[in-house]
Design a protein around this ligand. Structure first.
Ligand code: OAD
Length: 266
């Protein structure tokens, strides 16, 4: 079937790169953005722009407290999809994970693997973990817009919920969630790295993303034009499906562990 051919391509490939979106965290309970249960059904996307943050940080933060509660109000655990990707990376079959998610769950798996290996006395070098690029930042942190200091989001969101609007750093600067807002540029170095990984890839996997938000959505197209085999794994159709070599309509927690075992068999 299609997963077998994808697994063959990955085994042959020098470089495999994965792009993930909200769909990989959905089985962990994290809400997606689009679709019937998506957060943009209950929240107005237009209130969370970079322009509004600059113009009206107080109103932005007031609304963001509610959005943050909806998105990250619970503790989430990585699922079998995150784990399969991390394992493929550790075993040398996946060069990099480019994620649009800000939930930090890919990083949680990487740390867990490092900790386990440390306990077993294995030396795990940094290079064995797949490179993780959080294209849209990490919502578990906030960053001061003046001095650039980063700190845990939790206590700062608690202060905002208690009426400190907008919450400020010790230096007096206004905190911003450490994520890329609509209308805000992705950090140039991160996007450059992501584009060159897409260009260098022999296999490019687009996993659990609606692939409608730029510039992340252009990465599979960059990979395809540079000759990569493009695979899409998603419960629904995406605008990239027509250009993809292999489309798998499946849940990530089914498809990714299966893909991993096909890649690693023999
Ligand atoms: P979306 O919510 O747009 O899309 C989620 C995708 O995951 C959909 O295509 C679903 O079909 C698919 N999906 C859901 N559950 C799945 C499962 N169990 N297995 C496989 N696929 C599943 O999320 P993103 O594409 O990540 O940007 O959204 C991109 C960006 O738009 C986000 O990073 C965010 C958002 O507005 C910013 O915040 C800047």
């Amino acid at each position: 079937g299609d997963l077998e051919s994808l697994a063959d391509e990955i085994r042959r490939a020098g470089t495999t790169v994965a792009l993930t979106g909200a769909g990989i965290s959905a089985p962990s309970g994290v809400p997606t953005f689009r679709g019937d249960d998506g957060v943009w059904e209950h929240f107005d996307e237009g209130q969370f722009t970079y322009g509004r943050f600059r113009r009206d940080p107080e109103g932005f933060w007031d609304d963001r407290v509610d959005l943050q509660r909806e998105l990250f109000g619970e503790e989430y655990e990585p699922n079998a999809g995150h784990e399969a990707l991390a394992a493929m990376g550790r075993d040398g079959y996946l060069e990099a994970i480019l994620t649009q998610n800000t939930d930090g769950l890919h990083g949680t798996v990487a740390e867990a693997i490092d900790d386990d290996s440390a306990e077993n006395g294995d030396a795990v070098s940094e290079t064995e973990a797949p490179l993780l690029l959080e294209l849209h930042g990490n919502a578990r942190r906030v960053r001061c817009t003046d001095c650039g200091a980063r700190t845990d989001a939790g206590p700062v969101f608690d202060r905002a919920a208690d009426g400190e609007l907008p919450p400020t750093c010790d230096c007096g600067g206004i905190y911003k969630p450490d994520v890329v807002l609509f209308g805000e540029q992705l950090p140039g170095a991160v996007m450059q790295r992501a584009r060159s990984l897409a260009r260098e890839s022999d296999v490019f996997l687009a996993i659990g993303s609606s692939l409608v938000v730029e510039p992340a959505a252009s990465l599979p197209k960059i990979a395809a034009s540079a000759g990569a085999t493009v695979g899409v794994i998603n419960l629904e159709s995406t605008p990239v499906d027509d250009a993809a070599d292999i489309v798998r309509r499946d849940d990530v927690t089914e498809a990714l562990p299966r893909l991993r075992s096909l890649v690693e068999k023999e």
